[in-house]
Write a protein that binds this ligand. Structure first.
Ligand code: MRU
Length: 356
């Protein structure tokens, strides 16, 4: 998608380094960062220079290729794979991508290892782009249906950033929106700010602006009253891990939005590529929920009058602070899942029909 009119993907390999858009600097600065070692990739995932389930999967895949480039000793590759998987705990795409890389590299001669690792990492990223495009084509039908009834702007609420910046391209939740916009359907997006890291305000609104899609940032608690007033036609969010029973783990606050949508008969859609489905974990209580640094809550970051990024403390210094990064929305509150293979019920039966 576009930034200042120029097409980008979120990650690519060039001149023996991996290049990423540093998301910790957006929306105030556009910085392309180079990852030269597997440790650079691990750090980029941990500090969220790259974030969003599909993109951290893609970064982990390239991270493993960087490990091979550094030192193709099997023990080093094994250790790197483990550290990549542990760099963030909740999104299943990380493990999925690293496992796929290891499977591909097993039994390969050392002289071919690097080219195969680089090809597979590119393949993982290309596939994600295609899957997200298909999510858009499938989700477009839902937006079109609402528009055909309403004959007026479709108001869509989204949480966090499940946009192209969270994937390789297109996004998950945003892909149907981009497709609708390209087709000339008038859409307007209510963007949840998404405290504490403000991925909605900093990233979703930014990328929608760059694609000229009308959007309004709202405080996270505003969605409820907008739904009561009939100002939300549908919600679409992404997910970091969806269980085979249709339970959806996503950015903290998603659950509360789903409850409000349920109470107000607003359809609540979750968009995901199949790499985000966790077929093994049976109980949502077993999903590891990331707890991040309390500074993300107690401090806010912005630019000062000299265009310098500045961080300031906003809480009482003596207060205890807790920063859980994800929650789980039970399947019963999810209207449908939008995947690359089609739209399914949020249930094992529904998913099984699409993914045999
Ligand atoms: O902590 P983040 O910013 O990585 O969380 C991202 C989300 O919760 C997204 O909604 C999810 O990864 C889906 S991305 C297409």
């Amino acid at each position: 998608m576009k930034i200042e009119g120029k097409e980008y993907r979120t990650i690519w390999f060039e001149n023996n380094v991996v290049k990423i858009i540093d998301q910790t600097k957006l929306p105030h600065q556009f910085v392309i960062k180079e990852l030269k070692t597997v440790n650079d990739a691990i750090n980029a995932i941990k500090v969220m220079e790259v974030r969003g389930a599909p993109l951290i999967g893609g970064t982990a895949a390239y991270g493993l290729a960087l490990a091979v480039q550094e030192n193709n000793d099997p023990e080093f590759i094994k250790k790197s794979a483990k550290e990549l998987i542990q760099s963030r705990p909740t999104a299943i795409n990380l493990k999925w991508a690293v496992d796929r890389m290891i499977k591909k590299l097993t039994g390969i001669n050392s002289d071919q290892l690097l080219s195969i690792a680089l090809n597979e990492a590119k393949e993982i990223c290309d596939e994600d782009e295609k899957f997200c495009e298909n999510i858009g084509i499938n989700g477009l039908k839902v937006i079109e249906e609402i528009y055909n009834k309403k004959k007026d702007t479709v108001n869509i609420l989204t949480h966090c950033n499940a946009g192209w910046l969270a994937t390789i391209n297109w996004g998950t939740a945003t892909s149907p929106i981009y497709h609708a916009h390209k087709k000339g359907i008038p859409v307007h997006v209510w963007v949840d700010e998404t405290r504490p890291r403000n991925q909605g305000a900093n990233l979703t609104s930014y990328e929608l602006n760059e694609e000229e899609i009308p959007n309004t940032i709202i405080a996270d608690n505003t969605g409820g009253i907008l739904m009561q007033r009939g100002e939300v036609d549908m919600c679409i969010v992404g997910t970091d891990r969806t269980l085979s029973n249709g339970d959806v783990c996503n950015k903290i606050g998603t659950y509360l939005k789903a409850l409000a949508a349920h109470d107000n008969n607003v359809p609540f859609y979750v968009a995901l590529p199949s790499s985000t489905i966790d077929w093994d974990t049976k109980d949502a209580k077993d999903i590891p929920i990331e707890e991040r640094n309390s500074e993300e809550l107690s401090h806010v970051e912005g630019i000062d009058e000299n265009n310098k990024i500045k961080k300031v403390l906003i809480y009482p210094t003596k207060s205890k602070v807790m920063n859980l990064a994800f929650d789980v929305t039970p399947a019963k509150y999810v209207t449908r899942l939008i995947t690359e293979r089609g739209i399914s019920e949020a249930s094992f039966e529904g998913l099984k029909k699409l993914f045999k």
